[in-house]
Design a protein around this ligand. Structure first.
Ligand code: FE2
Length: 444
């Protein structure tokens, strides 16, 4: 008897026990909890020809943007290619192949084709959504999910994940009220859905409601903070609210806590991105972060020469520059030179965005604030191309304001602060930036 996943899609090569493990792994992945890799490994061990088990593991290896994930993903891909598969499953393998070749945009389109034919293929939606995140494609973060929604009913397994993804896409396209409603509905169905929690956290961040954010995140700490792949990232979001209201001590305490942002000592790239971004934002605020950059630079050091993801490169440069490791900054810049000559989407993304951002961050850390400002100015409006969220890329705007201020370019700084104030009129941080500018001599 052909086995099926929870949404009714056939699973070639599975038996009942392996399919049950697959279901568990997919549920874990859809909430970002537990250890879906260990779960799916058990399914693969039981049924080595289980195509979608290999596909799910390959996605888990690739979608975290970990250079070390490519080798095991390649093994999964090769094993699945040797097994019998149907059209939908072959579509997944094509998407994984494009990802392995560095063609993320094509991977996203292939997953789009699968979901058009099979809108209840939750894995195609989720892998596609995360590919959209890596591609910084706001509109597809929303529309990939929106077009599948009519095929879903609230009582279907995994519906919470569809709502949570839709919420994030709505948020990234500034449809904040609808985003918050969808995210909160997803959390009613599944309180452990870390992506839905995160989508609402983003709405609150973009609307600059830090008191609401602190309350919302503290409502159910155990649901989102324990045994979750998104734990560090969601602690980072909570720390941002504290930073917004000027509560530096709490932001630093979250940073240092071994179960929160982990002091930059997590070896997981998704966590290291947040650690870099938090220390950089603190540094922009004029906070002396002491020797906190050092362990983070050590964590990033193995990836200095990877040149695979421009977004990672930027955050590695923050850590290396912050730690005074000019040698490692140079290593990233050299790897980017190679990446720009290579194949795959990252060559273009690095040339367009990753390279100027890395150079700007290095220049800022060296005290060349004018150069940092001039490098960031042409890329800030296309920075979505190197991936991440609006909240993550806000760091570019904040760096520009600080660069203009420190370069003594009062007019440009005032212009940048004014545009920020227009979007966040009640922001304590923006008020602080404006007060500081007004205190500067007019001729400066
Ligand atoms: Fe986020």
């Amino acid at each position: 008897m052909i086995q099926k996943d929870e949404q009714g899609n056939p699973l070639s090569g599975a038996d009942g026990e392996a399919a049950a493990a697959y279901t568990t792994a997919q549920r874990q992945f859809s909430c970002y909890v537990g250890d879906p890799v260990a779960t799916i490994d058990a399914a693969i061990a039981r049924r080595p020809d289980f195509v979608m088990a290999h596909a799910l593991k390959a996605y888990l290896m690739l979608l975290g943007a970990e250079p070390a994930g490519f080798a095991p993903a390649r093994e999964c891909y090769a094993a699945a290619r040797r097994a019998a598969a149907d059209d939908r499953e072959r579509g997944h393998l094509d998407a994984i192949g494009h990802f392995l070749d560095g063609n993320l945009a094509q991977a996203g389109r292939t997953l789009e084709d699968i979901a058009i034919q099979h809108p209840n293929d939750l894995l195609a939606l989720q892998a596609g959504h995360l590919t959209d995140f890596l591609n910084g494609d706001s509109r597809m973060l929303r529309d990939r999910i929106a077009r599948a929604l009519p095929s879903w009913r609230p009582d279907m397994p995994g519906y919470h994940a569809v709502l949570g993804m839709h919420a994030f896409g709505l948020e990234e396209t500034a449809l904040y009220a609808r985003a918050e409603a969808a995210g909160r509905r997803a959390l009613e169905i599944e309180p452990r859905d870390g992506w839905a929690k995160h989508a609402v956290a983003h709405v609150i961040e973009m609307q600059c409601r830090p008191a609401d954010g602190i309350r919302f995140m503290n409502e159910n700490l155990a649901d989102w903070a324990e045994d979750s792949f998104l734990s560090v990232h969601n602690w980072w979001h909570l720390a941002l609210y504290h930073l917004e209201i000027g509560d530096i001590d709490t932001a630093l305490a979250f940073y240092d806590h071994p179960d929160r942002i982990k002091g930059g000592r997590s070896p997981v790239i998704f966590d290291m991105l947040d650690a870099s971004a938090m220390l950089w934002r603190l540094t922009l605020r004029g906070v002396d972060v002491g020797d906190r950059w050092q362990p983070l630079a050590e964590a990033w050091a193995p990836y200095a020469r990877s040149g695979l993801f421009a977004f990672n490169d930027a955050h590695a440069v923050m850590a290396f520059a912050g730690a005074g490791r000019a040698d490692l900054v140079e290593a990233v810049l050299a790897a980017q030179e190679d990446a720009m000559r290579g194949a795959g989407d990252n060559a273009r993304i690095t040339a367009d965005v990753g390279r100027p951002v890395a150079l700007a961050l290095a220049a800022f850390a060296d005290g060349d604030h004018r150069a940092a400002l001039d490098l960031l100015r042409p890329v800030r409006h296309i920075a979505n191309r190197f991936g991440g969220s609006h909240a993550q890329r806000d760091l570019i705007d904040l760096t520009m304001i600080e660069a203009a201020t420190r370069a003594g370019d009062r007019a440009t700084a005032a212009a940048l602060v004014a545009e920020r104030a227009d979007l966040r009129p009640a922001s304590p941080l923006t008020r602080m930036l404006r007060d500081r500018l007004e205190a500067l001599p007019a001729a400066a």
